[in-house]
Design a binder for this molecule. Structure first.
Ligand code: URA
Length: 203
């Protein structure tokens, strides 16, 4: 897929809406593209829209979303804030999988060019992957979350260069495993610390 002609998020959304190459589209109500500030320093990538997201048209508006908002608030971030101090949220796929199943590798692969174009247009200072599906989509690795958490990785965004990337637990996992909350908060504290670091020249 060639998205070279796409230079704005509005164009990208239009491309996603017109796309017929992802099997999920047949079942879903609408595209769930993103939420938050396009100028944000931090971009969060989740797995896939769920039932409530499918109705509302925005990512992370259900129970997982409430917990994500809580984790973000814990480090002073708020998706409703405009500008660079907000946060931008999207997913590996843009349609809800039926019965909230995990998207298949083929579904993830069909949406990946749109996700990467997103990153190219947003030029974020850091990327946070929440959950194993986001890890598989973006890093294209089979390494488990346990091997990737707690350290900054560098992800080469096409046309942008190396962007610091952190992998952490999906909020749905935390809802099922509340004792892991402390570890998740530790991961998000790494994001806060990085946001506090002096900016690199020209950044
Ligand atoms: N879980 C996700 O990964 N994304 C959403 O948008 C909602 C729940």
């Amino acid at each position: 897929m060639n998205l070279d002609h796409v230079t704005t998020l509005e164009q990208l959304r239009a491309e996603v809406e017109a796309f017929e190459g992802c099997a999920l589209k047949r079942f879903a109500t609408q595209v769930v593209f993103s939420d938050g500030s396009p100028d944000a320093r931090v971009v969060v990538i989740g797995e896939a829209p769920g039932a409530q997201e499918d109705v509302v048209g925005k990512p992370f508006v259900g129970r997982s979303g409430k917990l994500l908002d809580k984790l973000l608030a814990g480090i002073g971030l708020d998706r409703s804030r405009e500008g660079k101090d907000g946060v931008y949220i999207t997913n590996t796929v843009f349609w809800r999988p039926e019965d909230n199943r995990t998207p298949t590798p083929a579904e993830i692969a069909s949406c990946r060019p749109f996700l990467f174009k997103h990153l190219e247009l947003l030029r974020p200072e850091m990327i946070v992957l929440v959950g194993g599906t986001a890890v598989k989509s973006v890093l294209q690795t089979k390494e488990p979350m346990s091997a990737l958490r707690r350290r900054w990785l560098a992800f080469d965004v096409p046309g942008v260069g190396a962007v610091p990337l952190l992998a952490t637990f999906h909020p749905a996992y935390l809802l099922r495993n509340p004792p892991a909350m402390g570890e998740a908060q530790g991961d998000w504290a790494m994001v806060k610390a990085k946001l506090g670091e002096p900016r690199k020249k020209g950044a």
